[in-house]
Design a protein around this ligand. Structure first.
Ligand code: CP
Ligand code: NVA
Length: 307
């Protein structure tokens, strides 16, 4: 059974195959051909955190593939009032063909996957956001922007940073991360990525100075300073992250053709300036749209693997 919990479990060839499939299905859609790759299949979507993009892209995506999506908020299902994960997993997977989960602890989806009879997709945990990275890399492929790729990630060492670490480690590109002191990425995920990088040739460097990380980068990216679940720390984080905003001055240190990515939602004036987010180098809204296409590629790929 193949699940999609982290890019760690995927080879470079598999990641590129999913993206190729996504690009093919996107082209079909844009030319007016909606092909039912998954007729009558159902995707159960469990949300323990808020979402705009993930919910809309998965629900629209499964519908366009000929199937149906069920939105299950933890406010409405018994999981949210204490029914065990392993019971929920057995029940929901006995009635559906695929399951997407957005939750807090990564261990929750790992446990869910153990008990699930159908593929489980990670729609974001505190540790990883791998479907976002499929859309991000797909956007770079479409822009012919993957040669000599040097990605600079500026900001919090969070689920997005960890996902970039895994993508770089698997695909073998250069990744420079700059976080404030005390907000570094998880040490064991970093160690894991550095180990994988030995095989792929990825060059991973960790800094505290955003200017050093951005120097000559071909992609600059960032994320919110306070992730879902960290609302109480927001004011303190805004103070501690001062100087880590991606603004025009910082972007001017990157390669002149550098692209700006952001998974969204973005907080203008905090991690990114209005001018960068809305500027010529920003491809954030293509990136957001690609969530739909990338996840359709992923669902079709997983369906084929498991049937
Ligand atoms: N980028 C992303 O996952 O957005 P949502 O939180 O809106 O799903
Ligand atoms: N790091 C952010 C990503 C949101 C898509 C969070 O976890 O809230």
């Amino acid at each position: 059974m193949r699940h999609f919990l982290s890019l760690k479990d995927y080879t470079k060839d598999e990641i590129l195959e999913i993206i190729d499939l996504a690009i093919k299905i996107k082209k079909e859609l844009k030319s007016g051909n909606i092909n039912s790759y998954m007729p009558n299949k159902t995707l159960a979507m469990i949300f323990e955190k808020s979402s705009t993009r993930t919910r809309v892209s998965f629900e629209t995506g499964i519908f366009q593939l000929g199937g149906h999506g069920l939105f299950l908020s933890n406010r409405d299902i018994h999981l949210g009032r204490g029914e065990p994960v392993k019971d929920t997993a057995r029940v929901i997977s006995s009635m559906n063909d695929m399951i997407m989960i957005r939750t807090f602890a990564h261990a929750m989806i790992e446990e869910f996957a153990v008990y699930s009879k159908v593929p489980v997709i990670n729609g974001l945990t505190d540790s990883y956001h791998p479907v976002q990275l499929l859309a991000d890399y797909m956007t770079l492929v479409e822009h012919n922007h993957t040669q000599n790729l040097k990605v600079a990630y500026i900001g919090d060492g969070n689920n997005m940073t960890h996902s970039w670490l895994m993508l770089a480690a698997k695909l073998g590109f250069e990744l420079r991360i700059a976080t404030p002191k005390g907000y570094e990425c998880n040490a064991s995920i970093l160690e894991n990525a550095l180990e994988l990088a030995k095989e792929s040739g990825a060059k991973i460097s960790i800094y505290n100075d955003p200017r050093i990380a951005v120097e000559g980068a071909t992609v600059v990216t960032t994320d919110t300073w306070a992730s879902m679940g960290q609302e109480d720390e927001k004011a303190e984080r805004i103070k501690n992250f001062r100087g880590y905003i991606v603004n025009d001055a910082l972007m001017s240190l990157a390669h002149e053709d550098a692209l700006f990515l952001h998974c969204l939602p973005a907080y203008r004036g905090q991690e990114v300036s209005e001018s960068v987010l809305e500027g010529k180098q920003s491809v954030v809204f293509e990136e957001a749209e690609n969530r739909l296409h990338a996840q359709k590629g992923l669902m079709v790929w997983l369906d084929r693997q498991n049937n």
